[in-house]
Design a protein around this ligand. Structure first.
Ligand code: SF4
Ligand code: SF4
Length: 197
């Protein structure tokens, strides 16, 4: 039983229009280097009428985060509100987290020498990292800390169709259930729900 908010993402595939606004907003907000994609839009059943859908995917900030469980140097830490963060100063670039993550969230620089992964980067839910909040170090290593500013993560704030929801798991789940009920399509399991919630 959780006594505090448990922050989660949910992408409503019936509203995602594959515009890539969330991806571009994230890249720009955090000044991500080329080759690092904290958020991606994946289209399934491309071209199949009635079956095609797109989903915006980043780190899902899993409740039992597999990345945290496999990291040999303990670089992950989970905040009280459930946001999964990591310490780049501890990361040795082994890539175990990428193998463990069901969403392919961990990103590694692609400009290093062959076989060398470099330090991992991933979605922080716009919550920075272990450096002092709003410090230059935090900004340079992890990007903006919008959560500490009381703002919604950049990707969700930019989504023009409100497909990408973020917030306390209970609130996100309530919005989803209300949308499904309004569509009259019965209960559906949203993408990533079983793995991340
Ligand atoms: S989505 Fe991947 S990187 Fe994020 S908490 Fe889950 S396993 Fe870790
Ligand atoms: S929450 Fe922030 S870091 Fe994560 S995908 Fe959205 S914009 Fe990028």
């Amino acid at each position: 039983m959780y006594n505090y908010a448990r922050m989660k993402f949910y992408c409503d595939t019936e509203r995602c229009i594959e515009c890539f606004g969330c991806v571009i907003a994230c890249d720009e907000a955090h000044e991500l280097p080329l080759g690092i994609a904290r958020r991606k839009v994946v289209t399934l059943n491309d071209g199949i009428e009635g079956k095609e859908f797109s989903v915006s995917v980043a780190c899902m900030h899993c409740t039992d985060a597999p990345c945290e469980q496999v990291c040999p140097v303990d670089c992950f830490y989970i905040r009280e509100d459930g946001i999964v963060l990591h310490d780049k100063d501890k990361c040795i670039g082994c890539g175990y987290c990428l193998y463990a993550c069901p969403f392919g969230a961990p990103q590694f620089p692609k400009d290093g020498a062959f076989g060398i992964r470099g330090v991992m980067d991933k979605c922080t839910m716009c919550a920075g990292g272990p450096e002092p909040t709003f410090s230059i170090e935090e900004r340079e290593k992890y990007g903006q800390n919008r959560i500490a500013e009381g703002k919604v993560p950049m990707c969700a704030a930019t989504c023009s169709t409100n497909a990408l929801l973020v917030g306390d798991a209970e609130s996100v789940s309530k919005i989803y259930r209300e949308r499904v009920a309004a569509r009259g399509k019965g209960v559906q399991t949203p993408y990533g729900w079983k793995e991340a919630y």
